[in-house]
Design a protein around this ligand. Structure first.
Ligand code: ADP
Ligand code: MG
Ligand code: MG
Length: 211
């Protein structure tokens, strides 16, 4: 697939909803070790609200679709993850613009803008044991695969692999941002829940782009 249109994005969002719902107990279990045991519930609630919102009809343009996802997440999720994922989709939408499809580089730019929004909002960096530990390598891998001549679907597979490696790499880390940082050294030895949901975000993107 050479371009990313509204149908593909809607499919991504719907797969992400299905998968966080499926993995809800696992995400919550990860958050019960180093947080407040609500990450699975937060993500499932947020994405179900998104699905309800979009059931009324697909927005005409890519920016409208992505901004709707972002605004719905911000307003329906109380935890840290709502505003952070919300910002990701809002910023991605703003950069995508009022178009009906994006080519590979335009979609990469939207993903990069989403990532930059999460960094600006949460002020975390790679190694702080947050969703950024999966998101930064994922977006970097997406860009690198495109630059090497890959299709958006191939780039998304590379992003998925980088995100899951990034998720796994959070296990030994001591958290420096978010609730888990209150635990200090005791946060080591557990996967970060937000990095786990971000790995799902890129897994479902790759699935949506491969049709
Ligand atoms: P809360 O911590 O408010 O209960 P969630 O449990 O839904 O919210 O989400 C927790 C996840 O949010 C963490 O595992 C981490 O990945 C992510 N997170 C928390 N703070 C930040 C931050 N400042 N920057 C990036 N990600 C963060
Ligand atoms: Mg939590
Ligand atoms: Mg919470």
């Amino acid at each position: 697939m050479a371009s990313v249109d509204g149908a593909v994005l809607q499919d991504w969002v719907s797969r992400f909803r299905d998968e966080v719902t499926e993995q809800k107990d696992w995400l919550t279990e990860l958050d019960s070790a180093i947080g407040d045991a609500d990450h699975g519930a937060n993500m499932a609630r947020g994405m179900n609200a998104v699905a309800e919102r979009l059931a009324g009809g697909t927005p005409e343009t890519v920016d409208e679709l992505l901004k709707t996802v972002g605004m719905t997440l911000v307003s329906s999720v109380g935890g840290a993850s709502g505003p952070l994922y919300g910002t990701f989709f809002l910023r991605a939408g703003m950069t995508a613009g009022a178009v009906t499809e994006l080519d590979g580089p335009a979609f990469a730019a939207a993903l990069r803008a989403g990532l930059d929004g999460v960094i600006a909002r949460g002020k975390a960096e790679v190694g702080d044991k947050t969703m950024l530990d999966a998101m930064v390598p994922a977006v970097d891998a997406f860009d690198a695969a495109l630059a090497a001549g890959g299709s958006p679907a191939e780039a998304a597979r590379a992003a998925e692999e980088a995100a899951s490696a990034g998720r796994d790499a959070t296990e030994p880390l001591v958290a420096r941002k978010g609730r888990a940082s209150y635990l200090g050294d005791r946060s080591a030895g557990h996967l970060d829940p937000g990095a786990a949901s971000t790995a799902i975000l890129f897994e479902t993107l790759a699935d949506a782009l491969s049709g």
